[in-house]
Design a protein around this ligand. Structure first.
Ligand SMILES: [Mn+2]
Length: 315
């Protein structure tokens, strides 16, 4: 499939790259990193699809793309397991579709797909692809590519602290570090936090409780988000703030949206949580997943089921 990716890229003049909605650094890093890699080595213009994400614009901005362009293009979708999360529905009109992803398969949406959950991140897959396929065709990977792909790896491995970090990860990082880019500046941009978010975190942490089974629950209301002027996307930083509490097994963050539904973020130290996410219109990795709770009743069900999972895990 890796060689097929190279051949398919070579066969198309028009290339568009998509990634998942509400992007994280790996989504944009792999999308923009691959785009740049193709551009500097083939001279082809590669367009980036999806909504602009202001908090990640230091990585890359998106392109405005005509409807017509999609029907003539190879569309590559990075880092997205299910069709519902692909940012820019026009991917459906693509002449050819290629999926590159490290999440376990949810939707088998592309006839051409390179999916491998042993990689920490889609960005790591791109580096691996460069090293094993593209470099043999004399492709170069420059400092800006390295910066984008490094951001993706750092994001998805939690700065090399999550168990998805492997020898292959460090091999990829070695290659990237042989290029020149400003790591310090990148980290400053990735981990900067608005003061308002810090204040909201303070309020959340002072109310935080842990159940007997080691389950932590955080609920962010619309009222709190408004009071502290924190967006739903920015609030995702809060999910990490309780990760190191002694005795925690798994935790869940509910962020209330304007329509009174909740965005659910599940994290775990061992108990598998993506099956639970799957029961609530979501999915993800075994130890990190996302879902939706339609109302307070479903919110309570998520907590109840997470309690059961952690209790069973401990037994
Ligand atoms: Mn990813």
């Amino acid at each position: 499939m890796k060689q097929k990716l190279f051949d398919t890229i070579s066969a198309f003049e028009q290339i568009i790259i998509c990634r998942h909605e509400r992007p994280d650094p790996d989504a944009i890093g792999s999308q923009a990193g691959l785009a740049r890699l193709i551009e500097i080595n083939t001279g082809k213009k590669v367009q980036l699809a999806g909504e602009e994400e202001p908090s990640l614009s230091f990585l890359s901005e998106m392109d405005k793309i005509d409807d017509k362009a999609f029907s003539e293009a190879l569309v590559i979708v990075c880092d997205t397991a299910n069709t519902g999360r692909i940012d820019d529905e026009r991917y459906k009109n693509a002449r050819e579709l290629f999926k590159i992803d490290h999440h376990p398969v949810v939707d088998d949406y592309a006839s051409l797909a390179w999916v491998d959950p042993t990689f920490s991140s889609t960005s790591e897959m791109i580096v691996h692809w460069y090293e094993t396929v593209a470099s043999a065709h004399d492709w170069k990977l420059d400092g800006e590519c390295a910066r984008l792909l490094y951001a993706g790896i750092v994001g998805d491995t939690g700065r090399f602290s999550h168990p998805n970090t492997s020898a292959c990860t460090f091999k990829a990082v070695q290659l990237l570090f042989e290029r020149e880019f400003d790591v310090r500046r990148l980290f400053n941009e990735m981990y900067k936090k608005p003061l308002s978010l810090l204040r909201l975190e303070g309020e959340v942490l002072s109310d935080f409780t842990l159940s007997e089974n080691g389950v932590g629950v955080i609920v962010l209301s619309q009222e709190q988000l408004r009071k502290y002027q924190v967006s739903v996307n920015e609030s995702s930083a809060i999910v990490h703030s309780v990760a190191n509490v002694e005795g925690i097994m798994a935790w869940v963050t509910f962020v209330e949206l304007e329509d009174k539904t909740y965005r659910v973020r599940l994290r775990s130290k061992g108990p598998v949580v993506n099956e639970l996410a799957g029961r609530f219109q979501g999915g993800g990795h075994p130890l990190a997943a996302g879902a939706t709770a339609e109302n307070d009743q479903e919110r309570a069900q998520v907590v109840e089921q997470l309690e059961e999972i952690c209790k069973a895990y401990r037994a």
